[in-house]
Write a protein that binds this ligand. Structure first.
Ligand code: HEC
Length: 214
């Protein structure tokens, strides 16, 4: 490399470094935006013009709250929700809950249903090297709740939607479910804890979880 070529290369390097720094700064600004502005970005609940909720996306990258399981074998062979219930919430709403003990307006909770894998025994369990038990199998679509205290004032501030209890593909859109099918049971049992079964999600109550992005 001649000295002239060397100079050219270092110019390129300098430009590349500046570009990288600029992109980094941009990302930092984006990250620190207030909630109101972030709400305009993908995430949160999306609706069609006729008021149906669109199937949430990206939720498997949200914060995982827990996975209650109410298998058929423990419910007379006929559980209402026999799958694992994998519950997710967006990071910003998780952080807010940890600070205030309430979910902010616009919070979406996704309960993705996951069928038991290879239910070989009558109780739905199977044998694995770790022992006999229950293991995650195929996805079975999802139930979703959305907080909007004005829009869902009649059901204690939360709206309830189901995108099917069947193998994927899930419904692309869903209309709000009647009180008797969803909200009624949440109102009867967890009206005081923001309509959410927070007692089953220990990660919500850990102040220093180690799960927080540093
Ligand atoms: C008979 C009572 C009952 C009914 C009816 C019911 N749920 Fe729930 N729901 C629960 C319980 C209990 C949990 C937490 C434990 C679990 O998942 O088994 C829960 C959890 C949830 C969660 C996770 C967040 C949370 O609140 O803990 C969502 C989302 C949800 N339900 C949506 C729905 C939708 C949508 C419907 C209607 C299709 C519905 N639920 C009907 C009792 C009910």
């Amino acid at each position: 490399m001649t000295p002239k070529e060397g100079k050219e290369v270092s110019k390129y390097l300098a430009t590349a470094l500046i570009m990288t720094a600029l992109i980094g700064a941009g990302a930092a600004v984006f990250h620190d935006r207030p909630f109101a502005q972030q709400a305009k970005q993908p995430g949160g609940a999306q609706f069609t013009p006729d008021g149906k909720m669109k199937l949430p996306t990206g939720y498997r990258e949200w914060v995982f709250l827990g996975s209650p399981l109410t298998p058929n074998a423990l419910n007379g062979g006929n559980a209402s929700f026999p799958e694992f219930h994998n519950v997710y919430v967006e990071r910003r709403n998780f952080d807010a809950y940890q600070k205030t003990g309430d979910f902010p307006e616009g919070t979406v909770l996704v309960k993705e249903l996951v069928l038991l894998q290879k239910p070989t025994f009558p109780d739905g369990s199977q044998q694995a090297p770790s022992g006999r038990g229950y293991f995650d199998g195929n996805f079975n679509c999802m139930d979703v709740s959305v907080k909007d205290t004005k829009k869902y004032a009649k059901t204690n501030g939360w709206g309830y939607y189901t995108f099917g209890h069947h193998p994927e593909p899930c419904e692309a859109t869903a209309a709000e479910k009647p009180v008797a099918e969803c909200a009624g049971c949440h109102i009867a049992n967890v009206a005081k804890t923001d309509m959410t079964y927070v007692q089953f999600y220990p990660v919500l109550h850990e102040k220093d979880t180690g799960a927080k992005a540093k």
